[in-house]
Design a binder for this molecule. Structure first.
Ligand SMILES: CC(C)(COP(=O)(O)OP(=O)(O)OC[C@H]1O[C@@H](n2cnc3c(N)ncnc32)[C@H](O)[C@@H]1OP(=O)(O)O)[C@@H](O)C(=O)NCCC(=O)NCCS
Length: 131
């Protein structure tokens, strides 16, 4: 994604956390409200800095922010069988959200062209938690 994409996202009140190491950005998480949950639209850590628990800190900060700012919980969409996707989120305490817990906006994201094309690479599932 381009710098303009992220500038536009922040102008639309999306929320970004950026992890820095020695003043350099090494990872980020982008979130936005979807239904009554705070939705993780993207989380990524530079390959050379992965497995240092930076992702864990980003996800825990995101969940803490959601909890202290009145959201009913958190959500995100990910690959079920990629080891650092759904199984990793589940180890952090964010397992699969039951279908009955999915709001209309989240269902629309699941049905979007972007999600349909990602689903060709593997099963997509909704992770998260309700507080
Ligand atoms: C997902 C991601 C943000 C995690 O960031 P991170 O800083 O590496 O996260 P952590 O250090 O907290 O933990 C990494 C976990 O992934 C696991 N992992 C990493 N690479 C792995 C691999 N090749 N096989 C199995 N597990 C792997 C680690 O074991 C660790 O889990 P554990 O701490 O429970 O054992 C990072 O891997 C990433 O940017 N991946 C590419 C983009 C992506 O998939 N984003 C998520 C889209 S939903």
């Amino acid at each position: 994604m381009s710098a303009q994409f992220y500038a536009d996202a922040m102008a639309r009140n999306q929320i970004m956390w950026v992890a820095e190491m020695f003043g350099e950005p090494v990872g980020f998480l982008r979130a936005k409200p979807v239904d009554d949950l705070l939705y993780c639209a993207e989380v990524s850590v530079l390959r050379q800095h992965q497995s240092k628990q930076i992702g864990k800190k980003l996800l825990n900060n995101f969940a803490e922010f959601a909890k202290s700012n009145g959201f009913a919980g958190i959500s995100g969409i990910t690959f079920e069988n990629v080891p650092w996707n759904a199984p990793y989120y589940a180890r952090l305490g964010f397992g699969a959200l039951p279908a009955a817990d999915l709001g209309e906006e989240l269902r629309q994201i699941m049905a979007s062209d972007t999600e349909q094309s990602l689903a060709k690479a593997g099963k997509r599932v909704v992770f998260g938690t309700r507080f």
